[in-house]
Design a protein around this ligand. Sequence first.
Ligand code: NAG
Ligand code: NAG
Ligand code: NAG
Ligand code: ZN
Length: 395
Amino acid sequence: MGTFVTPALVFLFIFYTVCGYEAIGVNGYPKYNTGSGIVEGKLNVHLVPHSHDDVGWLKTIDQYYVGSNNSIQGACVENVLDSVVMSLRRDRNRKFVFAEMAFFHRWWIRQSPEIQEVVRNLVASGQLEFVNGGWCMHDEATCHYIDMIDQTTLGHQLIKNEFNITPRAGWQIDPFGHSAVQAYLLGAEVGFDSVHFARIDYQDRAKRKVDKALEVIWRGSRTFGSSSQIFTNVFPVHYSPPNGFHFEVNDDFVPVQDDPLIFDVNVDKRVNDFIDASIIQANVTRTNHIMWTMGDDFQYQYAESWFKEMDKLIHYVNKDGRVNALYSTPSLYVDAKHAANESWPLKTDDFFPYADDENAYWTGFFTSRPAFKRYVRVLSGYYLVSPISFFLLVP
Ligand SMILES: *[C@@H]1O[C@H](CO)[C@@H](O)[C@H](O)[C@H]1NC(C)=O
Ligand SMILES: *[C@@H]1O[C@H](CO)[C@@H](O)[C@H](O)[C@H]1NC(C)=O
Ligand SMILES: *[C@@H]1O[C@H](CO)[C@@H](O)[C@H](O)[C@H]1NC(C)=O
Ligand SMILES: [Zn+2]
């Protein structure tokens, strides 16, 4: 620029100073303060970025991974993992949780040593957290418990071998109801310290909201009692964010617009929206910590779309100061819950059957496809017997 200052530049400078938001520098590079931790005495809104990636649903797992047959469903998990890693590298305050090792394994074995090193660092620093960490997010109603253990073990072995850690949080966000046996297996056997999910009966949820009993201590085993209990977090709506905060690249959302040179600056409005949605959730939650699940099915195919909006929301909401917003994970959230010294309601039985509305009971799958279920049982039996035979035959 030199020393040549035109009236236009003077005008621009005044314009920015008067109308601009603090994050926009005169040279146009926005710098957002995304590094807030927990603030005592304020309502803390834990933003937990996640992508829910079914290991086979409308497409096969391989079609979901490579992004083929997108006319059936626009979904490519390879893109999700590629783009999340790039976005996490851009700002070390950003966080992400990932659950399905069937997808992660397909991706991991094709990465360069450089990217693998980047990912190891992201995991070590807590920016990338594995939740559940089984091969998939298993059903809890129709499968044999041996298969739940086997598939969880397979995923955890991969994580242990590659990263030398074990996941802390159960993340059963989509299975259609939840069994007490699962609570026992996750708490006592797998060693998780929490489990998080969305789907419980709609009437049960309504009552729990009034009683602030969505978060409970769940004792799934009568035999083991408190020695196998687990902190359980049932989401107040679903595993998506509150309405209006869903930022996938092709969604019709209202971006936080803070650039005074572009139309429709709306920072104050979006900050108010954020605070309104926080207060609604705080009203049904014990302690001053609430979790927003920032993601949905096969989201983050262009991760910047989510992270850009969350960066701006964290910056401007915290500048406003009425509530405190932060990037978080289920582990950080549960640590904060424990630190709050709250006492929690007790739960001992199942979350079955599941109905999400009047006359909408999701119980057909208990009995459907019996031939397929038998096939799984028979193969599971062979799978169980084979290592035992190997042990006996090969001394
Ligand atoms: C998926 O895509 C392949 C290749 O284009 C095609 O042959 C196959 O019919 C598709 N499958 C379905 C179920 O549409
Ligand atoms: C808070 O909860 C009470 C009791 O369930 C309800 O009557 C009230 O409308 C709620 N307020 C907000 C802001 O959600
Ligand atoms: C919780 O209890 C511990 C031990 O009594 C205490 O040090 C801590 O300040 C308490 N935390 C809160 C948020 O009350
Ligand atoms: Zn699902």
